[in-house]
Design a protein around this ligand. Structure first.
Ligand SMILES: [Mg+2]
Length: 319
């Protein structure tokens, strides 16, 4: 009894409607009824064209289609669905009165995952759909894992910021966008002052806590969801600010600089204060310069960061 309940629960996780394309009204109704009685939601189409229109309006992960239909037949429908660049897989079952080996191969080659010969058996139809659901569920979990891996591969594990890998992908895109649409783009490169001394004095665990707290402070100071914070080096962080001109970027850097210097970081019994230095630069499109590569922009920000360090730290330099 318990096992049965569990199977029912598992099945109820599948909530997608199934798209059915069948020109014969009696067969169409029959398939619809069988699937609805089995707990599925169904959407009925009278031919391939109608099915494709419905599919283009809304994504269906599972399609049951007749082969011979007016307007657009089942094979053409299969091919049309497969030619779309979908994010998720579509499981297609082809219904056919054709049952020669050649026909079956033709159907599968057109993109069907499975086929059922007419007159079909109700239990067989349901069993084949169940196989489809298993495949769709596997595909969904694989997709989820892949998405997680993608996020992890672009994230710095300690601070949760983006990493260099993300920077290498994102920055050239932002530069291209700024160039093409003549939009401003700014960058802030910052570095915690005397971080080595903090590490030497309090140990690396405390150093890690300070890095995390530093990131939290920066994140509180940036408001635009387009802004991206990257851990560029050990205690060096880079902010990409799309749609931001130099003066606004300077304001952001000064706000962070001020917030950091006043913020007490509590570590055990200690209250540690840190400061940071900032180099700010901007991509100004009207300057007709063509040397705005990601490297050049970073080098420019680094030059101002160096200047901030030279002039006594805990300050913002820009240009
Ligand atoms: Mg037909």
């Amino acid at each position: 009894m318990l096992k049965r309940n569990r199977i029912e629960e598992k099945e109820s996780e599948y909530h997608f409607p199934i798209l059915i394309a069948e020109d014969n009204p009696v067969t169409r109704k029959l398939i619809g009824k069988i699937l609805m009685n089995a707990g599925h939601e169904v959407v009925l189409a009278e031919n391939g064209i109608d099915a494709l229109t419905l599919f283009n309006e809304k994504f269906y992960p599972m399609v049951v289609t007749d082969w011979i239909m007016p307007e657009m037949n089942g094979l053409e429908l299969c091919k049309a669905i497969r030619s779309r660049i979908n994010q998720s897989y579509v499981f297609i079952v082809l219904l056919t009165a054709k049952d020669s080996k050649y026909d079956i191969i033709t159907g599968l080659e057109a993109g069907a995952d499975d086929y059922l010969t007419k007159p079909f058996n109700k239990a067989e139809l349901l069993a084949r759909l169940k196989t489809g659901i298993r495949i769709l569920e596997l595909e969904a979990s694989l997709r989820k894992v892949n998405e997680e891996i993608t996020i992890l591969s672009r994230t710095d594990p300690l601070t949760g910021c983006y990493n260099r890998c993300y920077l290498n992908e994102r920055l050239p895109i932002e530069i291209k966008r700024a160039e093409r649409y003549r939009r401003p783009l700014s960058m802030i490169l910052c570095d915690i002052d005397h971080f080595k001394k903090v590490n030497d004095k309090y140990g690396h665990q405390t150093g890690d806590l300070i890095l995390k707290e530093f990131v939290r402070c920066i994140k509180r100071s940036i408001r635009n969801p387009l802004d991206a914070l990257v851990r560029y080096g050990g205690e060096e962080f880079l902010l990409i600010l799309p749609e931001t001109n130099l003066s606004d970027a300077i304001r952001v850097a000064k706000r962070i600089c001020g917030t950091i210097s006043k913020h007490a970081i509590k570590v055990q019994q200690n209250e540690i204060y840190i400061t940071a230095s900032f180099g700010v630069t901007s991509f100004e499109n009207d300057s007709h310069r063509n040397d705005f590569s990601a490297d050049n922009l970073i080098r420019q920000a680094d030059r101002f960061l160096y200047q901030a360090k030279e002039e006594g730290r805990n300050r913002v330099k820009f240009g």
